[in-house]
Design a protein around this ligand. Sequence first.
Ligand SMILES: [Zn+2]
Length: 325
Amino acid sequence: MHPIRIELPTEFPVGPVNVYLFTHPQPVLIDTGVRTDSSWKALLAGLAAHGLQIADLAKVIITHPHVDHFGQAARIAAHSDAEIWVSPLGEEWLVDTAISWQKRINYYRDIFLPKMAMPVEMQNAVLNFMRFSRETADPVPASRLHIFPIDGGTLTFGGAEWQTVHTPGHASHQTCFYQAETGDFLAADMLLEKTPTPVIERPANGALRARHDPSLPRFMESLTAVESLNINRIYPGHGEPFDDHRTLISRQRRRILRRKAKTLTLIERGFDTVSKLVNEMYSHYPSTYRLVGLWMQVGYLDLLLEDALIHEDIVDGIWRYRAVK
Ligand SMILES: [Zn+2]
């Protein structure tokens, strides 16, 4: 069977999130929505439309541990015997949710935001957004968790075998699910109508930035990997399902390369901090809503750094960029 889309509300700029239901041979849910009462009611209604209740769910499979995708997993677990499945890279966020958030917020507060020379009010807006996000997910008891291989594994649901495809970029721990016979692809936030944001994560090794694993370069690689699959239909984490993933991928890739080139031009003209670049590249966004722009901008810099087209130095505690002559 094909995935059944249930759209659940969120209070985030991205808008509603999709969860996907498989009714046979046993009820399985992909992702959960955020932990809010309106999201819970919408999930109950979505299940009821197929004659199901929360207690009927046998499995909940999490594509990646972002709050809009796993926020009410714990509430589902409390109202059912459902197994909660996640990849090894997502486990920590599901079990140690508060600690994971605190580590990320500390990293943004102490290192990432100050080093970009962001105005204090913008730094506070970003931190407040993260604190708000933190409140929309509960931790899942470790005893309820089951782990699937993040890449090259298989999971059986909806009467078919799905391959797990690791697609880092939007998140380092994102998995998509591919059904080779039907060509159905549960894309989570890997393929969206609008290019997904490369969310900057705290480097695991205590480095200032994840230089070995920056988000946008890995996203570009994931685009190429997904492009090669014979996909018939994309079931994204947000918005309507769609076909023709290759047209979408080449459009998004072209745009990213254009923005990367523009970033280099601006650096050559003297825009030497992330703050200056974001204000120039994203002047059409309200200042409180520039986190998305910030992630993209750091991504363009990461692409230029990987190509050795720019230098990065820390001067007076701030990351500064110059073109390689
Ligand atoms: Zn996400």
